[in-house]
Design a protein around this ligand. Sequence first.
Ligand SMILES: [Zn+2]
Length: 328
Amino acid sequence: MADVQEAFLHEQLLERRQRLETALTVSRQNASLQQLLHEVDSALERMQAGTFGICETCHDTIDKDRLISDPLVRYCLDHLTASQRRALEQDLELASQLQRGLLPRQSLAFAGWEVYYHYQPLGLVSGDYCDVVTQQNGREDIYFALGDVSGKGVAACMLMSQLHAIFRTLIASGLAVQALVERASRVFCQSTMSSLFATLILVRAERSGEIEVCNAGHCPALLLQGGKVLELGATGVPLGLFCEGVYPTQNAEMACGDALLLYTDGVSEARSASEAEYGTERLKDFVTSNPGLSSQALVGACIDELNGFRAGAPLLDDLSIMAIRRVA
Ligand SMILES: [Zn+2]
């Protein structure tokens, strides 16, 4: 574990110790508080001894995301007790329900736009971020967001929900897209551990067909226009890498029938049984040869195509695809 992270957790533990002692001055005989204090002290001792973050059963390193969310853990996932395992499963199930509750409606038509998405976590929870926000204060703008938080499991899921809250708040403030993403990056940067980041595409679409796209280190968006596919690649680094990141946007005009496809690297980096990577080129060829589909049909066709390519090979990552189409 990086020294910076251990220093951060050390500070966290000292703070928690302080709070426990304060609570214990009021309720001296509280056995569960005393037990927690004992566990905090033993974690501090492990840091001193250099054995912090090492499973006490197999001596493998414990996943750092788990340590960040609970610095008191002493066992890797393979060596939890039955009751610890049950508690973890219940937590994951709850996190999964909360996360599903954050997703927008799967199919939506608004101000001349039609959107549909497919959101598929690898496990119970996903590090992919997916949202659609309509703004009705006069302008009728609609925002589409798709992103991918580094890491996996509950830590990634928590950051995903943080991104959701940040963007919902900033979109409501009516900031321009570039300013909005720059602000989001600063907020995200200041509130996450240094090693975590998120790639993301944010699109603002107007009733007129005008779109503004900001790609922060994410896979290129594919703009399907008149039988051709245009890639809208990254113009900035992933969110959370640098507090002062700059995020220029790209503009395009979409006509009726044009579509925009957003996806996470769970799609482009999917593998076949023979370990071949699916890749952006294959996706571009596929969408070029399937023009004129509705958003829902396009997403469905992409999923079928990907499943055909994988031919039963396991998914390796969370997977999300969103199609946005301009309609009459
Ligand atoms: Zn272990």
